[in-house]
Design a protein around this ligand. Structure first.
Ligand code: TXA
Ligand code: MG
Length: 318
């Protein structure tokens, strides 16, 4: 399967594919998503099948505007504040569903809530606008494995699971942020809960609506997708490495990488967390393809975007 470019013709084809029940992988500012019309239960079922994703793990519904989101979710004052401030962008809001709606129950895993995101990537925005319907899209990787930040990653991971006659991959280049959206649960009126740290740092959100609970405590129960090993390469991962073994590849961070590793990739020589987030999945994939027996990871400060990076690495190591 060859990816299509995100020009007018390519986006029109991709929009028609979504409307016809096809799957379309597309870039967002965080990672590539594997999209399906959220009203089409058959198409949504094919997303779960392509990823090997358990049906109890709901999908994020992507929309082209705040108005479209308001038709699907019940926005309270906090949700309005966050959406006004950070949409379009790397933020997903879990809200009570507004009914009646045409969301496939499979997409929301039968819950009363819906996870909504208005992405900021120009290709994602253009595709959602052209399709004219909300699009359910998990990250475009096999369930539990490393997320894709290039079209080549998507093709390598899911190429065989897609139907060349119905499905498409839109190549919008590298994802600029590199880690998934921040997921905030506003479905109950008590304190907002961070279900997944991500591309929008916790402190930025807290500045608007006060401190967030989680994700530790109850989060795994509330967000089924957060259980167990996830975001994981094939090789075992060893965190907070202070030295490297002879058979280990090194995922370094900062100006002083540990000495002695045969294979080294540095997330950011300058110690920049935005650069580290952008490189995270591509570097993990390259080290995973090496002949090393394991991947040693240097410590990464857990501030700002570092919380999301550390979260993904911990889950990959679990
Ligand atoms: O950046 C992203 O969010 C990317 C791009 C493609 O938008 N998408 C993504 O989707 O990461 P996925 O399926 O890999 O992760 C969605 C997360 C899962 O942990 C899932 O359990 C949670 O969101 N989620 C979805 N709907 C939910 C709901 N109603 N309540 C609680 N958690 C929900
Ligand atoms: Mg995912």
């Amino acid at each position: 399967m060859r990816p299509v470019s995100p020009d007018e013709a390519g986006l029109a084809r991709a929009a028609r594919a979504l409307q016809a029940g096809g799957l379309v992988a597309f870039p967002t500012e965080t990672v590539y998503g594997l999209g399906a019309a959220v009203t089409d239960g058959g198409a949504v079922a094919r997303v779960y099948a392509a990823k090997g994703r358990p049906a109890h793990n709901p999908l994020i519904v992507h929309v082209a505007s705040l108005e479209a989101a308001r038709r699907l979710g019940a926005f309270d004052g906090r949700a309005e504040l966050l959406a006004e401030a950070f949409w379009p962008g790397p933020l997903t809001l879990v809200l009570p569903q507004r009914r009646p709606n045409r969301l496939s129950a499979l997409a929301t895993a039968g819950l009363d809530t819906v996870a909504l995101r208005f992405p900021g990537h120009p290709v994602a925005r253009a595709l959602l606008a052209a399709a004219g319907l909300p699009v359910a899209a998990p990250s475009a990787n096999p369930s539990g494995q490393t997320s894709p930040t290039t079209a080549a990653h998507v093709l390598a991971d899911l190429g065989d699971a897609l139907d060349p006659l119905r499905d498409l991959v839109v190549d919008g280049g590298d994802c600029p942020l590199g880690v998934e959206s921040t997921v905030v649960d506003l479905s109950s009126p008590d304190r907002a809960r961070l279900l997944r740290p991500g591309g929008l740092p916790r402190a930025v959100l807290g500045g608007l609506i006060g401190p967030l609970l989680g994700p530790e405590a109850e989060a795994p129960l509330r967000s089924p997708g957060l259980l167990g090993r996830h975001y994981a390469p094939r090789l075992p991962i060893r965190l907070d490495a202070c030295e490297v073994g002879p058979d280990e590849a090194l995922l370094a961070f900062g100006p002083d990488p540990l000495m002695g590793a045969r294979i080294v990739l540095n997330l950011s020589v300058d110690g920049r967390l935005d650069e580290a987030a952008r490189n995270l999945y591509a570097h993990l994939r390259r080290l995973d393809a090496s002949d090393a027996a394991a991947i040693a990871v240097m410590p990464i400060p857990e501030e700002g975007l570092g919380e999301a990076i550390a979260d993904r690495l911990r889950r990959a190591a679990a």
